[in-house]
Design a protein around this ligand. Structure first.
Ligand SMILES: [Zn+2]
Length: 164
């Protein structure tokens, strides 16, 4: 079982094993803000709740990450798996400006799209179709999309990952 680590400002920072999380808590470097009370961790002296989310007591500067590294999964996650054109569940990604018209593989030019919209759009531009984007695609600001270990999320992580 793993624990979501939030920076002191509550931005998601990383995912660690719950043992590592407990060590941070015991060293008074972090505080438990959500725990699975059904599975306490027992040691010789005491019984501790098993943390699912902890927050660091002191703000740490995030390492500089390469934020412009675009992935299919990252685009889908940024757009909450909703089609940028019709808001239905999306499983594909679409180049807003088609590649054959010079569109880049960039955060600004890639959006989540449902399969029907993607195939209808094909190599056409938005103005040719008269379509509009529901949101302006941007490079994500938080590290959320780049955290390792988010493939299997614990139940109570969502509110911290996608708040704001
Ligand atoms: Zn669609």
């Amino acid at each position: 079982m793993r624990t979501l680590v939030l920076n002191a400002g509550y931005e998601p920072l990383s995912v660690v094993s719950f043992r590592r999380a407990l060590l941070l808590v015991l060293a008074e470097k972090a505080t438990i803000i959500s725990a699975d009370d059904n599975k306490p961790v027992r040691s010789a002296q005491n019984s501790l709740p098993r943390p699912t989310v902890i927050v660091l007591n002191r703000y740490v500067r995030r390492p500089h990450r390469v934020l412009n590294h675009v992935t299919r999964r990252g685009v889908l996650r940024r757009d909450s798996y909703r089609c940028a054109y019709c808001d239905k569940p999306a499983t594909t990604i679409d180049h807003v400006v088609p590649r054959c018209k010079g569109g880049e593989n960039s955060w600004e030019n890639l959006v989540a799209a449902c399969y029907p919209c993607n195939s209808r759009k094909a190599d056409k531009t938005l103005s040719q179709l008269g379509w509009r984007l529901r949101v302006t695609p941007r490079c994500p600001r938080t590290s959320t999309l780049f955290l390792a270990g988010l493939e299997q999320m614990e139940e109570d992580w969502g509110q911290y990952l996608y708040a704001g």
